[in-house]
Design a binder for this molecule. Structure first.
Ligand SMILES: [Zn+2]
Length: 268
């Protein structure tokens, strides 16, 4: 009797978790058979290899074909890039050659997606303004260093964030960024006056999506340490964003421009 009950409870648990997982990726493209290029390097303090291995393991479990490079020279291989659906880059600071940067930007413009987080995408090559034009933002400060803060999900209509709830995240960096005011913001955070009094109440995007040419761009500012993604909500944001960005070549082109400032027409 008890054995039967145990089996039944186990069955319910497994099915509900499967349903939950499907619900989690509702209206998002599949990663099955997608070709994904992961590139890591730069500042070691961000543990870029550990981050890459963690995401690669999940991508493989979703049926994606993953290639991993620890050098930016792969960006000059246009034939290889043309076969990929998505680049996931974790490369903080450092520098990129003109040819590598051109190869990367051309590939995204032609329809490969790009996704990433924290300094791995949003603080990569500080000298390259055209790279920042593609990403849509650049890190400038993280007041207080590693702190606890709240993330607000501000867009419930987009499949990347639909159904996600606001959440708290601990012992990590709250990124203050210079952001393109036209990106489609999915989540924000609000600064207090504990470290820098003059930014009390400043609202900053934590995650956004945009296009660069035909390529989909997804960014998330969480991710100072791979352990940030032990937080289920942070992991959901990252993985859902990756799924969306992987579909540049096959999915429809979405309207993404969300101009933040009133136009001259409206001011008249
Ligand atoms: Zn960091």
């Amino acid at each position: 009797m008890f054995k039967k009950l145990y089996v039944f409870v186990l069955f319910i648990l497994i099915t509900s978790q499967t349903l939950w997982a499907q619900q989690d990726f509702k209206d998002l493209p599949t990663l099955k058979n997608k070709h994904i290029l992961m590139v890591w390097g730069g500042w070691e303090g961000h543990k870029p290899k550990e981050f890459t291995d963690r995401v690669a393991k999940w991508l493989s479990s979703q049926g994606a074909n993953v290639l991993i490079f620890d050098t930016l020279s792969v960006y000059t291989d246009s034939l290889l890039l043309a076969k990929q659906d998505l680049i996931i880059q974790y490369h903080t600071m450092g520098s990129i050659t003109k040819d590598q940067n051109k190869g990367l930007l051309t590939a995204v413009k032609n329809g490969i997606g790009i996704a990433g987080c924290h300094g791995g995408l949003g603080d990569s090559f500080r000298q390259e303004t055209h790279y920042q034009y593609m990403v849509g933002g650049q890190w400038v400060e993280h007041p207080g260093g590693k702190i606890n803060y709240k993330v607000d999900i501000t867009n419930q209509n987009d499949p990347v964030t639909a159904g996600l709830k606001d959440f708290d995240i601990q012992d990590t960096e709250q990124y203050f960024m210079h952001v393109d005011p036209n990106v489609k913001v999915l989540a924000t955070t609000t600064f207090n006056d504990e470290f820098d009094s003059w930014i009390k109440g400043a609202v900053m995007p934590v995650s956004w999506k945009k296009y660069y040419g035909k390529g989909r761009v997804f960014y998330l500012s969480i991710g100072h340490n791979p352990k940030d993604f032990d937080n289920a909500s942070a992991w959901a944001l990252l993985t859902r964003g990756i799924a969306w960005a992987s579909d540049s070549r096959k999915g429809p082109t979405e309207k993404w421009l969300s101009p933040l400032y009133p136009s001259h027409t409206k001011l008249k």
